[in-house]
Design a protein around this ligand. Structure first.
Ligand code: PEP
Ligand code: MN
Length: 331
């Protein structure tokens, strides 16, 4: 249940009320809300005189539900908006930060393509312990350099709670990876932060569980959460994962958060990424996440799926007319 309190109730009083009924106290724009797990139709008697209105969820998808709030929740970074229904933001960059020259060429490529958000991981949640695990703090410093020298916004991922504060400090958008999606210490820290968060769907996660993970962040008062579909596991082995576009359609329909699609991790092979990315753009989502590397064959992680610079440039050029056809602006 979401209870909207009368606006003249002082915050201290609202917080006391929240504690008395074991509710979350959330500022949602101008509104003061209490969010509880209750699915009763009627209000708790102690709340009746404080409530302006209340809404009962049919599942624990609450603050992100369109049936609670039909309008999109927009993530804003300066003049860049994600989720406003007008933009599709292409986020480009390599899988990992590897070294200064690699990160500089990738950043230059993203900038030359007229894009604004640069991705690269410094802490990599790899499947094998014997492979490159990321540069860690040194990688974050290189990303700071990219922001300062290339004027790009940075999205980088958090792998575990040991470095969550450092990533929150550095990133313009904090990425919670598919494997970290259930890590409650990360969800908690991101909820306490006021920086935008992009949460990736675990490959064995239902849409309900995915939206509920986002609710952990929203219920702490951080309303700038984006949902990223990056492929789920199916019986198929020819592709790395299966991009769940039906799931993306459901998320668009049921959730008010920006939707980002990641064809790179879903496909796992560069040959399929441009076609998939165009299909994703045609769906009218809020963002695409595409991996690109100056020399994909030498990449230290996800080598097979990263586009080389000319493939990336050709792809971005081909996305513009699709964006135009669906009345969106590619930024
Ligand atoms: C990534 O974005 O490089 C990544 C590790 O993605 P995922 O968490 O979706 O596997
Ligand atoms: Mn990757």
């Amino acid at each position: 249940m979401i209870i909207q309190l009368h606006p003249d109730i002082p915050q201290s009083e609202a917080e006391r009320l929240a504690r008395s009924v074991a509710a979350f106290y959330v500022h949602d724009g101008e509104k003061q809300l209490l969010v509880t797990s209750s699915s009763e139709k009627s209000l708790h008697p102690t709340l009746e005189r404080f409530a302006k209105s209340h809404w009962v969820a049919d599942s624990d998808i609450q603050l992100s539900s369109r049936s609670y709030r039909a309008e999109n929740r927009i993530t804003r970074m300066g003049d860049i908006e994600l989720g406003n229904g007008l933009n599709t933001v292409v986020i480009g960059g390599p899988c990992s930060v590897e070294n200064e020259s690699q990160i500089r060429s990738a950043a230059q490529l993203v900038k030359d393509n007229g894009l604004h958000i640069f991705r690269a991981g410094a802490f990599k949640p790899r499947t094998s312990p014997y492979t490159f695990q990321g540069l860690g703090m040194e990688g974050l410093e290189l990303l700071e350099m990219v922001r300062a020298e290339y004027g790009l916004r940075i999205i980088t991922e958090v792998k575990d709670s040991s470095h969550v504060e450092a990533v929150i400090e550095t990133a313009d958008i904090i990425q919670i990876g598919a494997k970290a999606m259930y890590d409650h210490s990360i969800l908690h820290a991101c909820g306490e932060s006021r920086k935008p968060v992009l949460i990736k769907r675990g490959f064995g996660t239902t849409l309900q569980e995915f939206a509920q993970a986002a609710e952990f962040i929203l219920s702490k008062g951080n309303m700038q959460v984006m949902l990223c579909e990056r492929g789920i596991r199916s019986f198929e082995t020819k592709t790395r994962f299966t991009l769940d576009l039906c799931g993306a359609a459901w998320l668009k329909h049921a959730c008010n958060l920006p939707i980002i699609l990641d064809p790179s991790h879903a496909m796992g092979y560069a040959y399929g990424v441009p076609d998939l990315a165009r299909a994703c753009m045609a769906m009218g989502v809020d963002g695409l996440l595409i991996e690109t590397h100056p020399e994909p064959a030498k990449a230290l992680s996800d080598a097979s799926q990263q586009l080389n610079p000319s493939e990336f440039t050709a792809l971005v050029a081909s996305l513009h007319p699709i964006a135009k056809a669906i009345d969106r602006k590619l930024i």
